[in-house]
Design a protein around this ligand. Structure first.
Ligand SMILES: Cc1cc2nc3c(=O)[nH]c(=O)nc-3n(C[C@H](O)[C@H](O)[C@H](O)COP(=O)(O)OP(=O)(O)OC[C@H]3O[C@@H](n4cnc5c(N)ncnc54)[C@H](O)[C@@H]3O)c2cc1C
Length: 718
């Protein structure tokens, strides 16, 4: 959450203080101020519409004319100043239904949504999937990410890292739910593009058909721009198509989602390389009004060891993966050594195995704990028979008669350097050894191709040799030229490139419409408000994150068939029910405090509310201890806890998790609801000194009063 203060929240506090302090002496001013306060509260609670800001401004104007009251003038001025200075933030509350600072408590985004680089409304779509509304879930996802199926298979899922359910047991399997819904919506033919806005008569050139470029193309096309994507290679997809191997991401998944862009009218021109086949001046002359550079980072770093340039069997992982993606199935060598410890190294190693290499070793200079690769990918690679050689630094390529025979390495030890969290590998003298190999594949990182952009003289670069662009608007140092994805961040992830593409589309639209760019990063948008699903506490606790079924090992070693086979429908619907709906519960802990400290009952064991130091959680204990007094619900700032009477029962639920349900007792005289037995026992215990008259009777207040009066008159006849 941001450490800035929310101007909407501040405006509310300021105005409330002015009203309560009696500073608005004139009754008319006071009434106007109260009206403004109502409108501001609408903004802070996500209930405001298009006219709210105009209405607030004109009421504040009216307030400022109250010359008799200095308080009114001061309140109006500070409000008008806030509106002028932070109009974007006020508007963003209305448009996104989220407040990035977390001050407007009803609009705090869930941690999963806040962490997603594309800002997808995760709680909403998980809930829709749980209800079986897959097409609606996909519609929600595609408001922020046009590639739900791709991301359902390969996203690095930062959302799951922040998932609060992970503090109870394991995070919700958000990624795989998305994949299921996308596949289902497509196969049911319910996967559609939204309607396009009318043509704007302006054209945008996108350079690079990776996820960054294509996302910008998608949202620009929806906004009514004519979009052409120029791609150096003969296929669309970028690293999704040319890097990520088919056993993780089948080609048809990419093709199906790219086809949705073509349906929108996005034009693709393949085999067209910027810097060779086109320049900025040429694009302008062709009638393009803005350019988005999304060329990725496709050049591998060299190993920089002796012998590297002398043997054609030393290859770069990116080249190998690209060749294979384009259909080449030649084996690089029987004994392949891959140098590196990231996902690219794992992909290259597993690809070699599938091409027929008999022995594949990954040489990494740190240990398993420091490997940047996804833990599950590493496990799958080891299961397939790939060897890991840790604390191994390559020293030179060994060969004989022009043929590579191995790679000389030296053992490393890890040391801590001042101020750095990371451990650094240093070679241990005299520990040299040779790993026999007939192919060495480097996978130690990529950088961007600077030369192809050499015509862009005013383009500024970062120290890391990536394009310098605003993180908010993706503007570069050249007006009308925007950039995003790996070309700006360096090698990153699909979902980060998608987030950048979406922001760029927004910024290009502003640029071409003459609207100033925003100053603050975008706030994720709450796309819908979906009611929670009722789940009994015992189900909520006992449901476990399902394992992903995998293709059998034999086929994994020899084919490029998809390894992760996907969840079944039942599993998906159940898994969605594990979501805690953190878009509703703010995890403020008031409920726990009230129940424990005020009521002395301690029936809420919500240890996950403490994000950094989670304690045990068990929703089931509430049923044993809770008296259904409703103090937690009454003190919950966001109605995450509800207490209702339904039929013959009183039910307490927390974001849909049914914590306690008890039979209701009724007044023995008039039949009015009294509450559950436990609650009555609690009350009786607390009031036994003051109401001995009705001590053992089940009476409502009115009947108790009548009863007491009767007893009195009988005892004291006139
Ligand atoms: C082997 C590998 C595995 C990966 N696995 C994952 C994963 O599992 N999950 C994940 O989230 N991310 C993964 N990534 C990273 C992810 O693929 C990238 O971060 C992402 O694709 C970047 O998107 P982009 O649009 O910025 O660039 P890219 O996807 O690289 O697309 C850039 C496009 O621009 C084209 N281009 C380049 N130069 C020019 C030019 N001069 N003119 C015209 N076109 C040009 C390229 O051909 C390419 O199509 C992986 C990357 C690799 C290499």
């Amino acid at each position: 959450m941001s450490d800035q203060l929310c101007p909407v929240n501040q405006a509310i506090s300021g105005l409330r203080e002015a009203i309560e302090s009696g500073g608005l002496s004139n009754p008319r001013s006071r009434r106007i101020a109260e009206e403004i306060l109502d409108l501001l509260t609408d903004v802070a609670w996500g209930r405001a519409g298009g006219d709210h800001l105009g209405a607030i401004a004109s009421l504040a104007d009216e307030l400022s004319y109250d010359k008799a009251s200095a308080g009114a003038i001061a309140a109006a001025k500070s409000l008008l100043d806030a509106l002028g200075e932070h109009r974007e933030v006020f508007q963003s509350h209305i448009d996104t239904h989220n407040c990035a600072t977390g001050d407007c408590v009803r609009l705090v985004p869930a941690p999963c949504q806040m962490t997603c680089p594309a800002g997808i409304d995760i709680p909403t779509y998980v809930n829709l999937i749980g209800r079986g509304h897959d097409a609606e879930a996909i519609e929600v996802i595609r408001r922020d990410n046009p590639f739900p199926w791709v991301c359902g298979l390969v996203c690095t899922r930062p959302c799951e890292l922040m998932c609060v359910r992970g503090r109870v047991d394991k995070p919700v399997s958000i990624k795989f739910l998305k994949a299921f819904a996308a596949e289902r919506a497509l196969s049911d033919r319910h996967y559609h593009n939204p309607a396009k806005e009318p043509e704007k008569g302006k054209r945008v050139a996108v350079i690079g058909a990776g996820p960054g470029g294509m996302t910008a193309a998608y949202y620009l096309a929806l906004k009514g721009y004519g979009v052409t994507v120029f791609e150096a290679l003969p296929v669309a997809g970028g690293m999704m198509m040319l890097g990520i191997p088919r056993y993780r991401l089948p080609r048809e998944v990419i093709d199906r989602e790219v086809a949705m862009l073509e349906d929108l009218g996005v034009e693709f021109r393949f085999n067209r390389r910027y810097g060779k086949d086109m320049t900025l001046d040429g694009l302008k002359a062709e009638g393009f009004d803005a350019v988005f550079l999304a060329i990725g980072a496709h050049q591998s770093f060299k190993l920089n060891i002796p012998g590297e340039a002398d043997f054609p069997q030393v290859i770069e992982s990116i080249d190998l993966l690209r060749r294979v993606a384009l259909g080449d199935r030649r084996i690089p060598g029987k004994h392949a050594v891959i140098v590196g410890g990231g996902n690219v190294a794992i992909d290259a190693a597993r690809t070699c195995l599938r091409l027929g290499s008999e022995e594949v070793t990954i040489a990494y200079r740190r240990t398993r704990a420091e490997m940047p690769a996804d833990v599950e990918e590493v496990e799958q690679a080891e299961d397939e028979g790939i060897h890991m050689s840790f604390l191994t630094i390559p020293k030179g390529i060994v060969g004989k008669n022009g043929r590579l025979t191995g790679i000389e390495c030296i053992r490393a030890k890890l040391i801590k350097k001042d101020d750095s969290e990371r451990l650094f590998p240093v070679p241990m003298e005299g520990s040299e050894f040779v790993i026999e190999a007939d192919a060495v594949i480097s996978a130690i990182g990529q950088r961007i191709d600077l030369e192809c952009l050499s015509d862009l003289k005013g383009l500024k670069w970062t120290r890391r040799q990536t394009i310098q662009a605003s993180t908010v608007s993706m503007e570069t140092s050249i007006p009308g030229v925007f950039a995003g994805g790996d070309a700006v961040t360096g090698p990153a992830t699909v979902v980060e490139a998608i987030g950048a593409g979406k922001r760029a589309a927004e910024a290009i639209d502003r640029y071409l419409s003459g609207i100033p760019q925003p100053k603050m990063p975008p706030v994720p948008v709450r796309r819908r408000r979906v009611e929670w699903m009722d789940v009994p506490a015992s189900t909520k606790m006992t449901l476990r994150r399902p394992e992903m079924p995998l293709l059998n090992l034999e086929r994994r070693r020899t084919t490029f068939q998809q390894v992760e086979l996907g969840y079944t429908e039942n599993v998906v619907r159940e898994e969605a029910r594990r979501c805690l709906r953190c878009d509703i519960c703010l995890r403020c802990g008031k409920c726990v405090e009230v129940c424990r400290d005020m009521m002395g009952i301690n029936a809420l064991e919500f240890g996950f509310l403490n994000f950094d130091h989670p304690q045990p959680t068990d929703f089931r204990v509430t049923a044993e201890r809770c008296i259904l007094c409703g103090a937690c619900a009454a003190n919950c700032p966001n109605h995450a806890i509800r207490i209702i009477d339904r039929g013959d029962e009183r039910i307490l639920s927390y974001c849909g998790t049914i914590l306690n349900r008890q039979k209701l007792e009724h007044c023995i005289e008039c039949g009015a609801v009294l509450g559950p037995q436990r609650y009555l026992d609690f009350l009786q215990k607390r009031t036994q000194d003051v109401s001995p008259v009705v001590a053992d009777r089940r009476l409502c207040h009115a009947c108790a009063r009548r009863h007491t009066a009767r007893v009195h008159t009988e005892n004291h006849p006139a």
